[in-house]
Design a protein around this ligand. Sequence first.
Ligand SMILES: Cc1ncc(COP(=O)(O)O)c(C=O)c1O
Length: 397
Amino acid sequence: MNYSISSRMASMQPSAIREILKNTANPDVIPFAAGNPSPDAFPVKEIENITQIIFGSHPVAALQYSVTEGDGHLRRTVQQFACGREPDLMREEDELIIVSGAQQGIDLTAKCLLNEGDVVLCEDPSFVGALNAIRSYNPRLVGIPMESDGMDLLALEQALKTEKNVRMIYVIPNFQNPSGVTMSLEKRRALYRLAKQYGVVILEDNPYGDLRYEGEHIPAIKTLDTEGLVVYCGTFSKIISPGLRVGYVVANRALMPKIIVAKQCSDVHTCILSQMICDQFLTSCNMDAHFSNLQKIYRAKLTLMLDAMEEAFQGRVAYARPQGGLFVWCTLPQGVDMLEFVQAAMAEKVAVVPGTAFLADQSAPCSSFRMNFSTPANQQITDGVEILGRVLHQFIR
Ligand SMILES: Cc1ncc(COP(=O)(O)O)c(C=O)c1O
């Protein structure tokens, strides 16, 4: 059969990260390319106990169909949890629903708001999974360069002035994937003012907000939202388990019914057993102690990676120390071909992600690559960075 692929999907390529991850299934490959939580970070015992309790008390409910917007008890629990961490996250006119990971929240929001040919502004670089979900609705993606404190707002304002039909600005304000950058409070306020002035929705994606290893918490853009301009996506993937596929969306009640219908078409509802596990975890575990433990694990891994990079790269690779999250964004010296470097590293069994994967325009020149420090074991971090240093020296000589 010669399939005629829809125009929506014809130009879509598999995510570069997923493709690289196929190679990293080989246990000999050092996995700096993934974004998976550390195996040490999973609360295995707690989830085992919780699952037993659920099957002891509500076995049928755990196996039955459920409602699209998410289990009522979990929605209240998550609302309490999210508003406890981000006061003013929700105003009276906002609603919270449960989705199958932030990825679905992004996809459903794009599905509800975008027509073919609309313009979406995003940080450049940005999270490839979100960019691909957005691309599948055939808008034009326009990348706004990143600075050390978030998007270049002059470039953003210029794009808002000159581009027609800008519908959405997609941002990851905390420990951005892939750049590690955190948007300053001043920029969050200014970004919100611009979005309000131009009547454009902000899609705020915050999977890493609770993984802060230094510095002070900065309030979410959604907490500034008096106009229903911000759609906020949260997730338990990085702080409990990505395999559970539980996330949430907070949006104005004028938009939410459409997001719910879109979800109904997509997967009916998020796995109810996962929802019940999350609910029990959030209500029965000491979340502050859990976060302290995660922060301790990741702070140590980040420090290990940065120390190893300092020694191996000897100042030749540029990178900033992220205050949280799971990634370090590295830029090669002029004259080193990034793709050749990534391939040479892969030949030495070290996987990193080429920076082009994260660009709005993937054909644009790029000399950066993304390193993840949560997935590899400590010895792999030390060995892998040393290998990258050796590979780099081959290119510089
Ligand atoms: C910035 C960003 N947004 C969303 C997601 C997707 O998260 P989830 O597992 O909740 O779908 C990820 C996952 O890596 C991410 O890095």
